[in-house]
Design a protein around this ligand. Structure first.
Ligand code: GCU
Length: 688
């Protein structure tokens, strides 16, 4: 039975005889120069993958260092570019361009002998290249004339686990934490290795193991020893371990009277703690910090700035090469304050004040991982600060692990957004890659991206079988922010299910539309943050609790709906580049999918749909529900094309999603109708 455990590393037998025979001729033998834990991991993956796909275990041989390429037989060669014979096959540009993590794959031939070279400057490059070769086979591509150059555009490609030490996962919907703290450090579960393999296959090179709402316990010696065991297990796969550091640790663990970042005793405490960490975990990555936000302690408690706090920690980490990822997710529930403005207001004045081993980690939108927000105005506005993006892979606001929502489309949308901060074309991708100021860019610049993981102990890791696609897509976009959601979905489907175009084409289309479908039945036209207050599941535009009122996020009243964020309102538009501020200030030039984010619009006003605001809103909600029904139909027509287990599971999930889409639609439409006092459009009378 297929339970999804193997993710996209399924290595299904190649049934096409011609293709299988071609692979058999090309891959009957693998040669390497030197062993290392990382090369051995690559070999293991190749042997296993090739054997599963073509039913033949390749034999392994070694090549003496310095030897010329031997064209006696067809084979696959894994080699570092410090071998002159290998280097000679590539140009200087190619060898340099791929840097410390990239790779080159090339088919070379002499007479009738054909060899496939995977070459890199480092062992990890060879592992990444090996996974690429396996992907080519999994997606049934020819290996006849390969000429591939790949390297990551961002340095830090990190999964943030919001895992608590008691095994629960904050906003996790796929079981419990993978980290079994009770049996660590003694027991290294196979699952940890499979986790590392999956990450390495898409180039993820870091993992923050504990929740942003941190317990100081993870900084104790006992837990550092456990963490060290995980770090050691992940190391061959190129994955560094990071920890969330709670700002009050000097008080809670060190029994100091203060955690003031400028206090000498506090500075000393962090220096000693970092020294201890590196003693146990020599390849430790650094800290993630959520400070002075949602009740977390921080420099604000002592009248200090975020820069004071971040730089103090960064200084302690610097001698060991560690970094700080300091989050910009801060807000106060101040009545009348526009929450969308607060992160920018707090951080923009600090541009240029952060140490060079600090990155600011900002969510894609200024509020909170909503189905659609305007992009976070901090991107492009902090030219003197390393900025990293934070996406949420776990579907906190997207129907948990019940709704099918392919986030590749969302990742693509934000990464390609134009901030206009240095004129048109200043995309967020460029900002993250620090390609905006080519004159100051150097190869040591710190760049990165983080995704809040959707992984847990569920047999299939992610709960929803299609949740795996979001983990996969995150890795691919982290590797190259200008990737295409479309081709990522296609690769993932082929590797995870089947190469049958009768399945891949329609289901790829379904995936690519699925995020917009969810926006339609949850928060169309730029609405946001109207979910149930307590669970974040299901609708709750009526939610009202002390310090939190959903009406502050939709402003529905007898006149209309939406937030005026132009100069006549909160003026959040002024945080964007002038060209964009002007565009967003005018309803006519505001993208239709953000009109309610930027404008309060009268119920009877005609909008770009050609209908009134009220009728348009209702139509979007109804459309979302119909679209889920269409997704169900398409899925049903796939019966027999994939394994029964996952087919049946997704069938049930889509049925539930359809019910819940109606729940969202009915809840929101009926709620807003109290204000609009208008009838539903005639074609929207479907009961229930
Ligand atoms: C959201 C989420 C919290 C989380 C917070 C954060 O608000 O609901 O659980 O702690 O984001 O990103 O820090």
């Amino acid at each position: 039975a297929e339970n999804g455990y193997n993710l996209w590393l399924r290595y299904l037998p190649i049934e096409n005889v011609q293709l299988r025979q071609a692979y058999q001729r090309q891959l009957s033998s693998i040669a390497i120069y030197k062993h290392s834990p990382t090369i051995d991991a690559a070999l293991k993956e190749l042997i296993n993958g090739i054997n599963q796909m073509i039913g033949k275990v390749p034999n392994i041989s070694s090549i003496p260092g310095g030897a010329a390429i031997n064209f006696k037989t067809n084979r696959l060669v894994l080699a570092k570019l410090d071998q002159p014979a290998i280097a000679a096959q590539f140009s200087t540009v190619e060898r340099r361009q791929i840097g410390q993590e990239g790779y080159l794959i090339k088919t070379i031939r002499q007479n009738r002998v054909q060899q496939i070279l995977i070459a890199a400057n480092t062992d990890i490059g060879l592992l990444y290249g090996s996974f690429h070769l396996l992907k080519l086979m999994q997606t049934h591509q020819s290996l006849q004339a390969l000429n591939i150059q790949q390297w990551p555009r961002l340095k830090l490609r990190i999964l943030d686990h919001w895992d608590n030490l008691n095994g629960t996962v904050e906003r996790g919907y796929a079981g419990y934490s993978l980290w079994n703290w009770q049996t660590l450090p003694g027991i290294i579960q196979k699952r940890y290795i499979d986790y590392a393999r999956a990450n390495a296959s898409i180039g993820i090179n870091g993992a923050v193991l504990n929740n942003v709402n941190a317990s100081v316990k993870s900084l104790t010696r006992e837990y550092l020893i456990k963490t060290a065991a995980l770090a050691k297990a992940f190391k061959p796969y190129g994955i560094k371990v990071y920890l969330t550091a709670k700002f009050s640790a000097p008080k809670e663990l060190g029994h100091l009277k203060t955690a003031d970042p400028l206090d000498p005793a506090v500075i000393k405490w962090w220096q000693d703690k970092v020294k201890e960490i590196y003693h146990y975990i020599p390849n430790f990555g650094g800290f993630l910090v959520k400070a002075s936000s949602e009740g977390q302690p921080g420099p604000g408690d002592y009248g200090r700035t975020h820069a004071d706090g971040a730089n103090m920690m960064a200084a302690a980490l610097k001698p060991y090469g560690g970094i700080v990822m300091w989050r910009t997710f801060v807000y106060e529930n101040k009545k009348g304050a526009d929450r969308a403005k607060q992160g920018y207001e707090e951080f923009k004045p600090l541009d240029g004040k952060f140490a060079d081993n600090v990155l600011l980690q900002a969510k894609y939108g200024p509020i909170d991982f909503q189905p659609r927000e305007a992009f976070n105005p901090l991107f492009g506005a902090m030219p003197h600060t390393h900025m990293m993006m934070e996406f949420q892979i776990t579907q906190e606001y997207f129907g948990f692990a019940t709704h099918l929502v392919y986030l590749g489309s969302l990742f693509q949308e934000y990464l390609r957004k134009d901030t206009y901060q240095k004129g048109p074309g200043t995309t967020i991708a460029k900002v993250l890659e620090e390609r905006v100021n080519p004159e100051t860019a150097d190869s040591n610049r710190l760049t990165g991206i983080a995704g809040v993981a959707n992984i847990g102990t569920d047999v299939n890791w992610c709960g929803h079988p299609f949740g795996q696609a979001n983990w996969y897509a995150f890795g691919r976009f982290a590797w190259n922010p200008m990737s295409s959601a479309d081709s990522i979905a296609e690769d993932w489907l082929k590797m995870t299910f089947t190469n049958d175009p009768g399945f891949v084409n329609p289901i790829k289309k379904l995936m690519l539309g699925s995020r917009e479908v969810a926006v339609n039945y949850m928060t169309p036209l730029g609405l946001s943050h109207i979910m149930n207050f307590a669970t974040h599941y299901g609708p709750g535009p009526w939610s009202k609790f002390p310090g939190w009122d959903a009406r502050d996020y939709h402003h529905a009243d007898s006149v209309g709906i939406g937030l005026d964020r132009t100069a006549t309102g909160s003026d959040a538009v002024s945080q964007y580049a002038p060209a964009l501020a002007a565009k967003y200030s005018n309803l006519k030039t505001t993208p239709l999918n953000l009109i309610l984010w930027f404008h309060h619009i009268g119920w009877d006003q005609k909008i770009a749909t050609g209908e009134t605001m009220w009728n348009s809103l209702v139509h979007y909600y109804y459309k979302g529900v119909k679209q889920v029904a269409a997704m169900q139909q398409i899925w049903q027509s796939m019966k027999g094309k994939i394994d029964e287990d996952r087919f049946n599971y997704v069938t049930q999930l889509l049925k539930q999603q359809h019910l819940e889409a109606k729940w969202w639609r009915n809840g929101c439409v009926l709620y807003f109708q109290q204000y609009s006092k208008r009838p539903l459009p005639k074609d929207c009378k479907e009961p229930g």
